[in-house]
Design a binder for this molecule. Structure first.
Ligand SMILES: [Zn+2]
Length: 395
């Protein structure tokens, strides 16, 4: 079988600018076809095939060359044809003809922009395995994850089970960040529930003392004006606050002031999934990210690389700019179950592609350094609220 000369078989990761992720491109073409299908059933077939390709552990071109593409579960003859066209010709005439014929073609084509900067599973494994300067962040120095959800809000596991899951991955700390009460759709917790959660966390910390530390966080929702759905005296009660956008994520107008206001709120330690983008679905917030990163660097607020596969937010391209601005980073899974703790690998992969040193990654810091950094986030000049219960309760 002949490989198109323009299409390289393996990924080139030496420069982030020439990253070519054919597995993701192939999955994207299948998503295009899914969107053009008249019935949910036929959409589902292409979507399932797309997911299988995005999660393949090897380059899809190897399977085309070996003639084993159809051995991949859920890849049927129509999907296999599209993928083979991509590998052999560099594009898929089948998909392009379907787009041209469909009234939805223009809309579907515009969603292609919502797949840029994402990594397939194979690209992730390449990014993690590729040799780098030892100062660059790697899985080896990663101590724990600072965005995850438990049964207190919309997660599926109790806190202690998440701790056990993290221990199985070799971690030694984590931050619990259930949703705050302003997000009822995600079963956000009241301050009364938060107080009960801290008692549970104190118990877990006592049990695992010397082996593992749970930090008391919250994922607050960034409102349209950049204020949070928590009052200042409420923010002050958590050890750290992740502030994240969950609304107005399709608007094309600039939202720089919203994001700047959010990171200026005392107590905010991490700007969570900063764009709020979603694979193949929405672009997320439009902002002058260099201005946001400059302010975050000045205030010591960490920029999150959210590793949830559908988010990958921010990606390696923006992370490079945040690095140049002097930011620190939080590389998180945003897990809602134990299995999803592994999404932190995507965050680490993006950080490696952006050449982020471990020194700039809060997930690699000691408990003492994390404590000091979180306290500093509460102690900004605007901060007048009293020191909180969560931190007192720990001592
Ligand atoms: Zn969120």
């Amino acid at each position: 079988m002949v490989t198109h000369p323009k299409v390289s078989r393996s990924l080139s990761l030496e420069s982030v600018d020439d990253l070519e992720d054919l597995n993701l491109t192939a999955a994207g073409l299948l998503h295009d076809m899914a969107a053009l299908q008249p019935t949910e059933r036929s959409q589902f077939g292409y979507k399932r095939a797309a997911k299988a390709i995005a999660y393949l552990p090897m380059p899809v071109s190897d399977l085309v060359e070996a003639g084993t593409l159809r051995d991949v579960p859920f890849v049927g003859p129509a999907s296999a044809r599209i993928i083979t066209e991509l590998i052999e010709r560099g594009s898929s005439p089948t998909v392009e003809a379907a787009l041209a014929k469909s009234a939805k073609g223009g809309t579907v084509q515009s969603t292609r922009a919502f797949r840029e900067g994402y990594l397939s599973h194979f690209a992730l494994s390449q990014a993690l395995a590729r040799e780098r300067d030892p100062a660059i962040v790697s899985k080896a120095g990663y101590r724990g994850d600072f965005q995850m959800h438990s049964t207190w809000s919309d997660g599926s596991e109790r806190i202690e089970r998440m701790v056990e899951g993290a221990l199985d991955l070799g971690h030694s700390c984590l931050g619990i960040t259930d949703h705050s009460y302003g997000l009822p759709i995600a079963r956000g917790i009241s301050m009364e529930q938060a107080a009960k959660q801290w008692i549970e966390i104190d118990g877990v910390n006592a049990k695992y003392r010397g082996r593992f530390r749970v930090f008391k966080g919250i994922e607050a929702n960034i409102l349209v004006d950049g204020s949070l759905d928590l009052q200042p005296e409420e923010c002050a009660q958590f050890e750290f606050v992740v502030a994240s956008p969950h609304s107005v994520l399709r608007k094309t107008e600039d939202q720089t002031s919203r994001m700047l206001n959010a990171i200026r709120v005392p107590g905010v330690a991490i700007l969570g999934h900063p764009r709020g983008r979603m694979f193949n679905r929405r672009p997320g917030v439009a902002a002058d990210w260099d201005a946001v990163f400059a302010e975050a660097a000045k205030l010591g607020v960490a920029i999150e690389l959210d590793g949830n596969w559908h988010r990958q937010d921010i990606d390696y391209r923006l992370a490079r700019r945040a690095l140049a601005a002097g930011c620190v980073f939080a590389l998180d899974s945003d897990a809602h179950s134990i299995g999803e703790l592994r999404f932190s690998d995507y965050a680490i992969a993006h950080a490696r592609l952006a050449h982020v040193p471990a020194e700039r990654v809060i997930n690699c810091w000691s408990d003492d350094r994390l404590d000091a950094w979180m306290r500093q986030r509460h102690a900004s000049p605007q901060h007048t609220a009293k020191r909180g219960r969560a931190r007192r309760a720990r001592t």
